[in-house]
Ligand binder design. Structure first.
Ligand code: ARG
Length: 563
């Protein structure tokens, strides 16, 4: 039970005649300052029933309420402020964590329902960008959070492996490319060709017609076009997999846009049958004016299909294949128009399940204040960023803990973890500037700080040779530990909140606050001193390690025992 539930129960016992338990629970507030206790009950709503001033009601209730779980109940004007009894709460929380370990906060709310998560989804023949990194790590964390509360997440990498850009690439490769160069450095070389195409096409616009013709051939399964496309795709995937390997992110499906090439006719037919398609300058569109949206372009005048046509086919396929209860798209904020159109077209087709499709947008990462775009070849290569982060972590570990035996492994966990954590700690819609030095610092609100705090707490347990006993009663009663107890106690709600909002930053922020509270506590308290509270304090330290580690796990970050 959390504090609110305990207070709700206690108040309910004395207002049974007038309010239900859930009505009482809804009225409870979190006081703004600790001076006003842990939970507050405003007596206003009882004024009418009792025909008395709320102040007087508050005073009378305070007399009647069973004080067992409370240090004190203070009456401040119309408010009842409840101060929880620390021993009661701490023993309850520590017992639960001792018993459940990292399963504390698990639930089966999801009922094993399938949730498809469209995530990462980089484009073939282009470097995986910081935006794709965001999608990858946010999607991965959401999948971990959802599975903690009983959903069955299905991670889909909707690769950008189809579209007119492949026409451009084929033209560029045939004109200026070489097999050896592509083999040696696939993405760099393919990107170079892509950039070269755009430069040359500015002077020779005919190149665009050639590109269109090649894409058309590709759509018609021309052998040469198909072979080149396959090759670009597999070389690109090899490089993407290096990044996924470093991040330890796996996918359940790599069905990208090309997968839907033979599944689009069905959608187009449905749209025709419902008379939703209109011809506009030779192109086929769906009018979405009643939604306040631009028309959705389904087919170009040359018959070529578009991004949204493939997304329509993908949505239908996913509903059939997985019968999802929710379908998430972890894609940058700049595509919100696209996802609104996608849902609107499905709505027009009377698919009610389109209500369960959620675009989970995120902000932009800039570097030195500038947007990162591939078109002009200005991109930050993700692999480089991750490698630099590892190097920086290694240098710091070398300095702090030169004796550590598995330095390289830990440096990897800290370096990559730092980048991931940094990405997840801000509300996902915030834009942020990427500065590696700041990301990998061991102090401040960083991943390494949380990891370091966890390792420090592990060392204390090791020193004390402490083994948690799930049957024992551990109760801490000192004021310094109270902040920690409350953060531990709130964990199940924190997990639920992160899941409801598809917001991993809720978890990251919890981990930072818990780490800060623990470090403050540790600076004030002699944990290892031999007195009758020693075991209880160690149980508290143990609980902190369990929850910090679980916080990090839900973000897709390791918690090394030593660093
Ligand atoms: N490949 C796209 C891009 O890089 C993202 C795809 C997102 N997923 C989707 N189903 N549209 O912009």
């Amino acid at each position: 039970m959390n504090n609110k539930e305990i207070v709700a129960q206690a108040v309910f016992e004395v207002v049974k005649e007038n309010l239900t338990l859930s009505e009482v629970a809804r009225l409870l507030e979190n006081p703004k300052s600790v001076d006003h206790g842990d939970v507050a009950f405003p007596a206003f709503s009882l004024a009418k029933v009792f025909r008395k001033a709320p102040q007087q009601i508050a005073a009378e209730l305070a007399e009647k309420i069973n004080p067992e779980a409370f240090e004190k109940i203070e009456v401040v004007g119309p408010y009842l402020n409840f101060f929880m009894k620390k021993e009661v709460i701490s023993s309850m929380v520590l017992k639960q964590i001792a018993k459940e370990g990292s399963h504390f906060g698990d639930s089966n709310i999801g009922n094993e329902g399938n949730v498809t998560i469209d995530m990462s989804s980089p484009n073939i023949a282009k470097p995986i960008s910081m935006g794709h990194l965001r999608s990858t790590v946010i999607g991965n964390s959401i999948s971990l959070i959802l599975s903690k509360i009983g959903y069955n997440p299905i991670k889909i990498n909707h690769l950008g492996d189809w579209g007119t850009q492949f026409g451009k690439l084929i033209v560029a490769y045939k004109k200026w490319g070489s097999e050896e160069k592509v083999k040696a450095e696939p993405i760099n070389e393919l990107l170079r060709l892509y950039v070269e195409f755009h430069e040359k096409a500015e002077e020779e616009p005919e190149l665009n017609d050639e590109a269109r013709a090649w894409f058309k051939k590709l759509e018609e399964n021309d052998e040469e076009a198909l072979a080149l496309w396959k090759w670009f795709r597999s070389e690109s995937l090899k490089e993407f997999n290096k990044i996924y390997g470093m991040l330890e992110v796996e996918f359940d499906s790599y069905n990208g846009e090309a997968f839907y090439n033979d599944k689009m006719d069905e959608v187009v037919t449905m749209l025709e049958e419902k008379h939703l398609l209109q011809t506009n300058e030779g192109a086929e569109i769906v009018d979405l004016e009643q939604y306040g949206l631009n028309p959705a372009l389904i087919k170009k005048s040359d018959g070529a299909t578009l991004y949204i046509t493939r997304d329509l086919a993908a949505a239908l396929y996913r509903k059939r294949e997985y019968n999802f209860v929710k379908s998430l798209y972890i894609v940058g904020n700049e595509q919100s128009g696209h996802f609104k159109q996608l849902k609107a077209v499905l709505k027009e087709l009377s698919f009610d399940w389109s209500d369960e499709m959620v675009h989970v947008p995120f902000g932009l990462i800039t570097k030195d204040g500038k947007k990162l775009s591939t078109r002009k070849g200005k991109i930050v290569l993700l692999e480089e960023v991750l490698n630099e982060a590892n190097d920086s972590a290694l240098a710091q570990i070398q300095e702090k803990n030169p004796e550590l035996p598995n330095k390289e492994e830990v440096a990897h966990q800290v370096g990559v973890g730092a980048v991931v954590f940094h990405d997840l700690k801000n509300d996902r819609l915030n834009n942020f500037d990427f500065n590696l030095e700041e990301v990998v610092r061991f102090e401040g609100e960083t991943g390494p700080y949380v990891q370091y705090t966890h390792a420090r707490a592990m060392t204390i347990l090791e020193k004390a040779d402490f083994v948690i006993d799930p049957e024992a009663v551990y109760a801490v009663n000192d004021a310094d530990s109270w902040e920690i107890i409350k953060l531990l106690q709130s964990y199940p709600e924190v997990v639920m909140q992160a899941a409801d909002q598809y917001e991993p930053s809720v978890i990251a922020k919890h981990s930072i606050r818990l780490a800060q509270a623990f470090n403050k506590y540790y600076a004030h308290t002699k944990v290892l001193v031999d007195d009758d509270q020693k075991e209880a304090r160690l149980a508290l330290v143990h609980a902190v390690t369990v929850i910090l580690k679980e916080d990090l796990r839900l973000l897709g970050v390791h918690a090394p025992n030593k660093m």
